[in-house]
Design a protein around this ligand. Structure first.
Ligand code: GLC
Length: 729
C-alpha cells in the first residue's frame, strides 16, 4: 500500500462513514453525471441527516477520541524539523486529535465560566428559560395575537434577551479568553506532538509530489505557501491574543487574590438588609423607651421634648439674632422674617480656637459674646434702634440638652470633639446670657434654645406643610420629629388642645451605648471609640457622621499597611518618605470626610484625584493598586454610613405614619457628598415603601431657630386656640 493510499485510508478512518461520492473520478463526469451525483449527494445527505441524531454524533466523536496516554505522551513531543514539516504536523494533528482538542476547549470554557459567577448565573438562567419554553410548547404551542410562534423563534427570543446581560457581565472577553487559550494550547500541542509513522509519511508525501507538470507544481507550491503563511499568521495572532488574555486574566486574578484579602477586612462593614432592619427595630424600641422616662443612664436615647409645639404659620415676623454653635466653627446671623415665611439672612462664620473647645466653658461663652458684639458693630445693626432696644436671640446649640422650657436647657454631655469644663450640668442659656451681660453695651436677650435638627425642621416646614422631621447628617448626626404628646408618657408639661404635640429631639447619635449595635460594630469602630474624647458614647454617630468617617478610613488604611497590602515594602525601601507616612499613620483625624467623598467619586482612569489627595497628605507616589484599594475602602465606609442613616430615617418615617411625609435634611454629608446622598436615598426606598421626600434645608439651623423664636413671639402676642394644621395625620 502506497503512503498516499495510506493517507487516504487514515483520513477515511477518521471520517467514517466516508461519503460515497468521493470515489467518483474527477474529470470524467458529464453534466448528467454531475446532476446525478448531486442528486445522489442530496439523497445521501438527506437520508444521513434524518438518521443523524445526537447519540450517533456522540458515538462518532467518541470513536475518534485518541487515547489520552498518547495525547499526553511526552516522548512524542519533539520540535518539527522545519516550517513545512511543522505546518503539516499542525494540519494532521488538528484532524487527528480533533475530539481531544474539543474536550480541551470544553474544559477551558468550563473553567472560564465557573470563575466568572455572573456569567454562570446568566447561562443557567438562559438554560432555564429554554427549558421552560420547551415545557410550555409540550402542552400547547405559544400564540400571540392569533399568530403561532415557532419554538425556534422562542429559543431565539430567550437568547436575544440574554445576550445584552451576557455582554454586560463580560461574555465578550470570556469568549476571547477561551478562544485565545484554546488556540494557544492546541497550537503548541499540534506543533510539537509527532504524527504517527514518526513523521515518515510527511517526508514521503513530499517525495511523491508530481514533478512532471511544472505549472501544476508551481500552483500547488504557491497555494501551499499561502496556506502556510495564512496558518502561521493566524496562529501567531491567536497566540498573541491568547497570551494577552491569559496575561490579563492572571493580572486580574492576582488582583482578585489581593482584593480578597482587602474584602475580608471590608466585609464586616458591608451591611445586609436584614442587619439594617434589625438596626431599625432596635432604634424604634429605644425611641419608645426614651419617651417613657428620663433615665439617661440606662437608656440609649434621651428623646428630649423641645418645648416647640407648632411649626410656623406664615404669620411670623421680626428680626432676630442667631448664634449657631455645633461644629468646629460657629455662625452669627441676623435674620429678618417678613411675613409669609419670607426671610433675609446675613451671617458671618467665626473660627473657634482649638484651645477654647477643650478649655474653660466660661471662656467659650465670653468668646461668643465678643463675636456677637463684633457682628452687631460691623453690620451697624444698632444704628436705628432706641437706647433700650434688646435683640431677641435664638441659640442654636447642637449638643444634648435637657430642656425645662424653651429658654432653659441643661447640657447633658459634650459631643463632636467639644470638651469645655464647667458646662455639663449647667444651663447653657443662662451661661450665654451671663456672658452677654458681662459685656456692657450688648443688649441681647436669649429667647430660645434650639437644637440644629429642630431649626432644620422648622425652616423646611415653613415651605412644606407635610414636613414633620428634621435630620442632620454632618459633623454629627441627629434627628427630631413631631410626636403626639399621648405617646410621650414622660411629658410633665401642659397637655391641652393647643399642646397636643411636641418636637422631640431624639439624639439618635447615642444609639448603641448599651450594646444594641454590637452585632454590626467592627474592631475598627471599637478602636476609634476607645481613642475618642467620648468613649462608649455616640456609638451610632461614630459610624455615620463626617467627624468620624475619615478616621475610620484612616484606621483601615493603617491596618492594610501593617498587613503589607498597601504600599508594600515602601516604608522599608524609602526611609526618606517615612516621616510623611508616620504623620498620616499616627496622627488621629489626619484624614477627613471630604477626602473620603473625593476619593469615592474619583472616576479618572488612572485614579489621579486619589493620587493627588494621597500626595497632599504625605503619601507620595502611591501605586495604582494602592489608590484602587483606598477607593474601595472609602466607598465601603461611606456606603455603610449612608445605609445606617437610611435605616434611621426610615424609622422616623414609619413613626410619623403619614400618607406622605417630607423630611428636612442638612449637614455636609447630605449637602456635598453626592454618592452618600444617592446611597441614602436608594436604601431608604428599599426600607420604606411609604411616600416620602427628602429636602435639603438651606441654612436651616439658623433660619429655623429664628422661626422658633418668631413662633414663640407670635403665640405670646396672639395666643392660638387650636392649630389643626400641625398635627401629624
Ligand atoms: C450631635 C449632637 C446633637 C446634634 C448633632 C448634629 O449628635 O449631640 O445634638 O444635633 O450632633 O449636629
Amino acid at each position: 500500500m502506497s503512503d498516499m493510499s495510506a493517507t487516504k485510508q487514515l483520513a477515511g478512518d477518521m471520517n467514517s462513514p466516508a461519503p460515497q461520492h468521493s470515489e467518483v473520478p474527477l474529470g470524467t463526469s458529464t453534466d448528467n453525471n454531475v446532476s446525478s451525483t448531486n442528486n445522489n449527494m442530496s439523497t445521501w445527505a438527506m437520508s444521513n441527516l434524518q438518521k443523524l441524531n445526537v447519540t450517533e454524533l456522540y458515538t462518532q466523536q467518541r470513536q475518534s477520541l485518541r487515547p489520552w496516554l498518547d495525547f499526553f505522551n511526552t516522548n512524542q513531543f519533539k520540535p518539527p524539523a522545519n516550517i513545512k514539516a511543522g505546518a503539516r504536523r499542525l494540519v494532521f494533528n488538528v484532524e487527528h486529535f480533533q475530539t481531544n482538542y474539543f474536550i480541551v476547549i470544553i474544559i477551558l470554557s468550563i473553567y472560564c465560566i465557573i470563575t466568572t459567577p455572573a456569567l454562570l448565573f446568566i447561562l443557567l438562567a438562559m438554560g432555564a428559560g429554554c427549558y421552560l419554553v420547551s415545557l410550555k410548547n409540550r402542552e400547547s404551542p405559544l400564540t400571540i395575537m392569533n399568530h403561532q410562534i415557532a419554538i425556534s423563534q422562542q429559543y431565539l427570543a430567550v437568547f436575544c434577551l440574554c445576550v445584552p446581560l451576557l455582554l454586560m457581565v463580560g461574555a465578550g472577553s470570556a469568549i476571547f479568553w477561551i478562544l485565545g487559550a484554546s488556540v494557544f494550547v492546541i497550537f503548541l500541542h499540534a506543533l510539537f506532538h509527532q504524527t504517527p509513522n514518526q513523521e515518515a509519511f510527511g517526508v514521503q508525501m513530499e517525495e511523491m509530489a508530481p514533478s512532471s507538470d511544472y505549472i501544476l507544481e508551481f500552483k500547488i507550491d504557491v497555494f501551499k505557501t499561502l496556506k502556510i503563511v495564512g496558518i502561521t499568521t493566524g496562529v501567531l495572532t491567536a497566540i498573541g491574543l491568547g497570551a494577552y488574555y491569559i496575561h490579563r486574566r492572571t493580572q486580574s486574578s492576582k488582583r482578585v487574590i489581593l482584593r480578597d484579602e482587602v474584602r475580608n477586612i471590608l466585609r464586616p462593614f458591608q451591611l445586609t438588609e436584614e442587619q439594617l432592619r434589625r438596626v431599625m427595630a432596635n432604634l424604634n424600641t429605644e425611641m419608645t423607651n426614651g419617651l417613657k422616662s428620663d433615665d439617661t443612664e440606662n437608656l440609649d436615647l434621651a428623646m428630649f421634648p423641645t418645648y416647640v409645639h407648632h411649626g410656623p404659620s406664615g404669620q411670623e415676623s421680626g428680626e432676630y439674632l442667631v448664634v449657631d454653635l455645633g461644629g468646629s466653627n460657629f455662625r452669627v446671623s441676623h435674620v429678618s422674617i417678613e411675613g409669609r415665611n419670607r426671610m433675609r439672612l446675613n451671617n458671618k462664620i467665626f473660627l473657634i480656637p482649638h484651645s477654647l473647645l477643650l478649655g474653660e466653658g466660661e471662656k467659650l461663652f465670653d468668646y461668643i459674646a465678643e463675636c456677637l458684639q463684633r457682628f452687631i458693630d460691623d453690620n451697624k445693626l444698632s444704628l436705628l434702634k432706641s437706647a433700650n432696644y434688646k435683640f431677641d436671640l435664638a441659640f442654636t446649640f447642637s449638643f444634648p440638652c435637657k430642656q425645662t422650657s424653651l429658654r432653659e436647657a441643661t447640657l447633658v454631655s459634650w459631643t463632636k470633639g467639644f470638651s469645655c469644663t464647667s458646662v455639663v450640668g449647667n444651663d447653657v442659656v443662662l451661661m450665654l446670657q451671663q456672658a452677654i451681660d458681662r459685656r456692657k453695651g450688648l443688649k441681647i436677650q436669649v429667647v430660645a434654645l434650639v437644637n440644629d435638627t429642630v431649626g432644620t425642621l422648622m425652616a423646611c416646614s415653613s415651605i412644606y406643610r407635610d414636613c414633620k422631621a428634621g435630620v442632620i447628617l454632618g459633623t454629627g448626626t441627629n434627628a427630631c420629629y413631631f410626636e403626639n404628646l399621648d405617646n410621650v408618657p414622660k411629658w410633665t408639661g401642659v397637655r391641652d388642645n393647643i399642646h397636643k404635640q411636641v418636637i422631640i429631639n431624639t439624639e439618635w447619635g447615642a444609639l448603641g451605648r448599651h450594646g444594641c449595635l454590637d452585632f454590626i460594630r467592627t474592631d475598627i469602630d471599637r478602636e476609634l471609640d476607645e481613642s475618642s474624647l467620648t468613649p462608649h458614647q455616640q456609638v451610632f454617630e461614630k459610624m455615620i457622621s463626617a467627624l468620624y468617617l475619615g478616621e475610620i478610613v484612616r484606621l483601615i488604611i493603617v491596618d492594610l499597611v501593617q498587613r503589607s497590602i498597601l504600599f508594600p515594602g515602601r516604608m522599608q525601601k524609602s526611609p526618606s518618605i517615612r516621616p510623611d507616612y508616620n504623620i498620616f499613620l499616627i496622627l488621629r483625624g489626619s484624614f477627613y470626610a471630604k477626602h473620603v467623598a473625593d476619593i469615592e467619586n474619583d472616576t479618572t482612569e488612572d485614579l489621579s484625584i486619589t493620587t493627588t489627595i494621597l500626595t497632599s497628605i504625605g503619601i507620595h507616589d502611591p501605586s495604582y493598586d494602592d489608590c484602587y484599594i483606598i477607593r474601595e475602602v472609602c466607598k465601603t465606609v461611606s456606603l455603610r454610613a449612608a445605609k445606617l442613616a437610611a435605616a434611621a430615617v426610615a424609622v422616623l418615617i414609619n413613626r410619623l405614619n403619614m400618607s406622605s411625609v417630607t423630611v428636612a435634611i442638612d449637614g455636609t454629608l447630605f449637602r456635598h457628598h453626592q454618592q452618600f446622598k444617592h446611597n441614602l436615598t436608594r436604601t431608604l426606598g428599599r426600607l420604606v415603601p411609604r411616600t416620602h421626600r427628602l429636602v435639603l434645608s438651606e441654612d436651616g439651623s439658623s433660619k429655623g431657630s429664628a422661626l422658633v423664636a418668631a413662633v414663640d413671639r407670635r403665640l405670646k402676642t396672639a395666643p392660638m386656640t387650636y392649630d389643626k394644621t400641625n398635627l401629624p395625620s
